[in-house]
Ligand binder design. Sequence first.
Ligand SMILES: *Cc1c(COP(=O)(O)O)cnc(C)c1O
Length: 336
Amino acid sequence: MHLARIPRRHYTDGRTPIEPLPRLSEHLGGPDIYIKRDDLLGLSSGGNKTRKLEFLMADALAQGADTIITTGAVQSNHCRLTLSAAVKEGLKCHLLLEERVEGSYDENSSGNNLLFRLLGAESISVVPGGSDLMAGMEEIAEQVRQRGGTPYIVPGGGSNALGALGYVACAEEILAQSFEASLPIDHVVCSSGSGGTHAGLVAGFHGNQSGIPVTGISVRAESAPQASKLHALANETARLAGADREVPAEAFTVDDGYVGPGYSLPTREMTAAIQTFARLEGILLDPVYTGKTAAGLIGLVQQGHFATDSNVLFIHTGGSPALYAYPDAVLATDGA
Ligand SMILES: *Cc1c(COP(=O)(O)O)cnc(C)c1O
């Protein structure tokens, strides 16, 4: 795989740190836990979408786009970062928000929603959960064309093969950092949502024959359909990156035991994980993705899933602006 052949914009200066979490590791009494600080990536308040957007925005610019259209949930980090990238490139940006939880959109809510308005989205439209989002974005694209503009659609979560290349790059970055620090990583744990992060990491680790297993903690879908979606996306991504070997289906492990009642709906384990990371390590997670993923990490450690002499790397995919939109869930007293 040779990613330098693929056009890319640069939104982060250098690598994100890998840091030890000694107080959390001691508290849990399991393996040594490390964190990949992708919450410190570039663009407005960082997060995993920044890596995907480096490739997606390069493609948009190559196609002469002047307007970006994308979609996400009402507190979407992806929409915030896509809008931020568009601002940086001098492009307009329209957001199509999916109200996955009925009644959850509030024009005046805080968190990412406040930032959509601050960053100057060209338009924000809201549709009910389950709507045909691609059709909705195509409609906006048609309106842009009628006004003489050139639209570019970024899929939800930035999770097509081009976007997932960002996490092939992250896998290669992790391998380089672990070599330099003489820190053999035995296992990686990440969020599994629209899938570009999980699929890209697996494609990257597999394509480099590193043998590092990845466990994805689902934030929405059930394990089986999520794993088959990831398998298809990872192979498309690997082909685009120039890999000459298929990623086998067995490479995809999805744990759907931490979703709770549904996407973005709080769970006790999520609240406890957010409070534990904040109070032991000063790390801010988010209620929708990394809080549930950290709950999964903690659950796996408690089940004895990892050898106590192993090194486990947790990917912090960002999202902390959403904390401010869910104060009750974040501070619930039955959490910790
Ligand atoms: C989008 C997102 C994820 C999930 O990543 P996917 O590539 O969509 O699976 C995880 N964490 C945060 C903070 C996100 O915004």
